[in-house]
Design a protein around this ligand. Sequence first.
Ligand code: NI
Length: 183
Amino acid sequence: MAIRKVAVLGHPVLRKVADPIPEKQITSEPIQSLIQDMVETMFEYDGRGLAAPQIHVSLQLVVMLWDFDEGVDPYLKVLINPEIEPLTQETSTVGEGCLSLPGLRGDVTRSNWIKVRALNEKGERIGFEAKSFAATVIQHECDHLVGKLYIDRMTDLTRLAFSKEYGRYLSEGTELGGGTPEA
Ligand code: NI
């Protein structure tokens, strides 16, 4: 296991469309090591989620800490080749942070109820629904797999700020106050 360096804004890998992982390769040693490295890197950088392109690997793989269910201990969720389908027209606006844009935060409006289909770390098909903050994090991560960053989704760049200033001047009245941890 190893902590990998995180690619930041400007690195071309963050703008590439990532390749899907062939189902049969998921349980192979290189992919399993990659998953372990991503988890270790996410924790090292205090992230909530991490997509493979953020560690310079252009594959459709996301790891995230799932701590959205009340009364359930946080656990790791691995999403491989994920697909998202919005289940509502309703949206949430959240101050998002990203490990690839360290120290910044910006408001993004996204669907607040989605259906997710993916493969997990064992290569099993999984499907689940995510709402609110969980839906935001998943959409943020899946954007990394198609070369998009949250700033591309912003409609008002006056809502982009350094985290401290965001918390001080922009968080009032927004959903989730200070915004999300970086992901
Ligand atoms: Ni991110």
